[in-house]
Design a protein around this ligand. Structure first.
Ligand SMILES: [Zn+2]
Length: 281
């Protein structure tokens, strides 16, 4: 790994020790904090290869309650006012058929798989042509990844898992489509990906042989929620448009267990809504 080569040259012995622990359980060196990347340009300038984001995790003293203390660039994790995920209380959503203007333009597409130490992430090939249109602006799919259990809640309840499709517009703005996942039938569009889930952090992506059937995977937007939120991983950058699809998809108990064996818990707890309103269609 890159950091093993250069850290001892640059850092004191104690810091090197702390960061090599990070390297064992963290993200690809070229672009730290990968689970929800790409980060908006205005919020989190891309790190160069000579910097290293602080190690963070989902438990203990590097867990969600401590993220903001780990690195000054993670400040929004504590002092942000529009953070994700949230609890969507159905009686408190504002129904507005015209406000959830989201169109999905997905087709079966090639992906490569990585384990970035925080999640399993499927990276869409450049120029993959999968876009969504949110309020008239096009966003292109960059990657999808998964959380166990779900991050967003409905009426205070977590689902077994949640998938996030992360999209970026030409100005660097982000829109995430979240889909909830519940135990049921085996999910066929995820079958090949699940047969190749990398158990350890990957240095190189794993290629999938078959295109992933995105239209078959992702439920329609006929019943969806919208809110303004953030990345759910450090640096917790805000101004992320969130679309949470209300109808969960089914995955088998075995598929859930296979993911949970690698990531027993990789969800951030729900954050206060503050002044926000969740809109539904
Ligand atoms: Zn996510």
């Amino acid at each position: 790994m890159l950091q093993r080569k250069w850290l001892p040259l640059l850092l004191s012995a104690s810091l090197a020790l702390a960061l090599s622990a990070c390297g064992a359980n963290s993200v690809a060196p070229a672009e730290p904090s990968k689970a929800e990347t790409p980060a908006p340009k205005t919020e989190a300038p891309k790190k160069t290869e000579t910097t290293h984001a602080a190690h963070w995790s989902y438990e203990g003293n590097t867990g969600p309650a401590h993220w903001a203390e780990l690195d000054q660039t993670f400040a929004a994790c504590a002092n942000g006012t529009e953070q994700s995920p949230v609890d969507i209380e159905l009686t408190q959503t504002k129904v507005d058929k015209t406000a959830v203007q989201v169109e999905l333009h997905y087709q079966p597409s090639a992906f490569t798989l990585m384990n970035n130490g925080h999640t399993i992430q499927a990276n869409a090939a450049a120029g993959n042509g999968n876009t969504i249109t949110v309020d008239g602006t096009d966003y292109t799919l960059a990657q999808m990844h998964f959380h166990h259990p779900s991050e967003n809640q409905i009426n205070g309840k977590n689902f077994e898992m949640e998938g996030h499709l992360v999209h970026k517009n030409k100005d660097g703005g982000l829109a995430v489509v979240g889909f909830l996942m519940t135990a049921g039938k085996e999910n066929k569009p995820l079958a090949e990906m699940w047969s190749k889930l990398p158990k350890q952090e990957t240095k190189e992506d794993v290629k999938l042989e078959q295109p992933v059937d995105l239209p078959g995977l992702v439920p329609s937007t006929a019943h969806a929620f919208r809110y303004e939120g953030s990345l759910t991983t450090p640096p917790c950058s805000e101004h992320v448009k969130w679309i949470v699809l209300a109808d969960p998809i089914e995955v088998s108990k075995e598929q859930i267990e296979a993911f949970a064996a690698i990531f027993p818990d990789n969800h951030r707890p729900v954050q206060p809504l503050n002044q926000r309103t969740v809109v539904s269609n």
